[in-house]
Design a protein around this ligand. Sequence first.
Ligand code: IPM
Ligand code: MG
Length: 389
Amino acid sequence: MNREDYIKEAVAQFETILREQSARAEKMKNAPPATDFAKLDKIIIGCCGGDGIGPIITAEARRVLEFLLKDAIASGRIELRDIEGLTIENRIACGKAIPDDVLAALKECNVILKGPTTTPKGGTGAKELESANVAMRRELDLFANIRPVSVPEQGIDWTFFRENTEGEYVLGSRGVEIPDELCCDFKVTTDAGTERICRAAYDFAVKNGKTRVACVTKANIMKKTDGKFSRIAHAIADAEYPSLTVEDWYIDIMTAKLVDERGRADFQVFLLPNLYGDIITDEAAQIQGGVGTAGSSNAGSHYAMFEAIHGSAPRMIERGDGAYANPASMLRATEMLLRHIGYIAEANKLSRALDICTAPDAELKITGRSDGASCSEFGDWLMSICETL
Ligand code: IPM
Ligand code: MG
């Protein structure tokens, strides 16, 4: 193909993309009301282990769920269902980010507990394989990525609301290229997609007595997409949430402000487009003690998926240290899952037990190596603490 052919092909692809995204925006506008978990006779929790340390830490979180929910499981209100096949080997073999049978099984659940999954970077023979996380967020329309970070001794109590289905991610595997000359990726921001993440963040703020929301963009440079995000964030707050103050911040200065100890504890709720939310939540988790300490909720109107914010740690597996992986982030995600489906007392119990078991002076330490506690020893200890609460 010559340059002209590439340009023609790219223009045709752009038209397809615009039409698809416009149809998606239209669908969002006509979305049915959200599922009320309290009204469901039965809640199915799907558990998928993922790759690397994923199956190890997910099995531990599943054990804790089984322990905390034993009555509800016995009565049939809750079912824990194992979902196999979301492994990198199977995904490469099927050539799909999520194999069809796995996706069908996921859609039969209400909520999902998911271990980290590996995404090939290219050069592996599977370079076009989309991230399983990104595909799941899109397929189940999990638009709100909610990431709490807290450092009580410093007064830090932050909650990040990262838009999870748009921005640079939605078309991240569908850019266009003129070989040896240029590449172009797409970033998408819709009105309906922005409105729903704003309302999710603002509802949370109001319910939890927060008054400040930082809307973090780069609207001085990304004028269309981030400009829209910021404009809608203000319009909704002004019209519907009079108790909230929404402040504009640019992502670059916000990354600096988070490491500035004088004043960072004043931030409460953060509202961000997808990519900025991805980056800044790793930074925030590091302030809390590392990405291994943070859980994350990917919530939509009908499904929700809960996961650690870190990856599958293949190096730990290569070293033979998988059994010593720290399940704390998966357990934080488990706490969010329990809260999401209305098991608040169980979530509070798990939260308190985790605070005790991960305190700096805790008697049992996980180091990620055989000189520390194993993942299952940690789980046993955590459950024995739960018994005392
Ligand atoms: C996260 C991760 C994912 C993301 C990766 C694994 C695709 O970094 O959940 O933050 O970029 O969203
Ligand atoms: Mg990330």
